[in-house]
Design a protein around this ligand. Sequence first.
Ligand SMILES: Nc1ncnc2c1ncn2[C@@H]1O[C@H](COP(=O)(O)OP(=O)(O)OP(=O)(O)O)[C@@H](O)[C@H]1O
Length: 258
Amino acid sequence: MTLEAVDVHVRAGEHPAVRGVSAVFPTGQFTAVIGPNGAGKSTLLRALLGLSPVQAGEIRVGGQPLVTLNRTARARDLAFLAQSEVLPDQTRVRDVVALGRGAGEWRWGLIPTRPWTPEDEAAVTDALTRTDTRQFEHRRVAELSGGERQRVALARALVAGPRFLLLDEPTNHLDLAYALDVIRHLRCEVAGGLGVIAVLHDLNLAARADRVVLLHQGQVLACGTPDTVLTPAHLHAAYGVRIRVLRDADRLLVIPED
Ligand SMILES: Nc1ncnc2c1ncn2[C@@H]1O[C@H](COP(=O)(O)OP(=O)(O)OP(=O)(O)O)[C@@H](O)[C@H]1O
């Protein structure tokens, strides 16, 4: 299954932020979206989620135009994790993750769409286990570190079983160990079939993706495997700085020279 942008144009305010972007994001793959500040990465992500109206072109999920899917179908297929998710400080971790099921009781302060079931309970336990957050499921969010919170936000995003998870700079406020930890968890989900589309600023993290889409001035400058996209020529064209790309065993290392 794929999430697809077909010749997509999106305005941010009056600004043509995305100009004719075509890209295919398959399930079971980790795609990094990179590019300098203002390249249109967040705008593209919002369009893929159906949060920003598309002026021309089309977003398709599994071949179907996104605009034809209702809210429930969109929520079933697509999940979003923002840079720093706002989680309710005084709520216990297990209940925060349960919120992502869209079911439950009035006690969570949201209007439930259906009653809570044993399947919901099992899905919450599974999401907690997969994100290594079960160990503190009874703690309140306020008692967690930034990295732990981000894993809880990840569990909440995954608990409904989306086909695609879109993330906007998920590692931005995290130290190196936590950033690698988030990438490791995402990779496990991708191995299980999830399609991950992550806006990343750290090119060395992007080098760990299966595919990279490099945006520049609202357009795709390069798209493909890290090997083919993360080249000195592409990176100079996009970022305007000289960058060395080295290979260490099976990994690319991206080093700015200026
Ligand atoms: N509401 C708005 N009104 C006018 N211009 C906007 C608005 N939102 C974004 N833009 C412009 O659209 C362009 C793309 O913005 P976008 O946030 O998608 O870029 P980005 O690649 O995610 O950047 P960053 O890496 O800095 O987050 C930028 O030039 C930005 O200034």
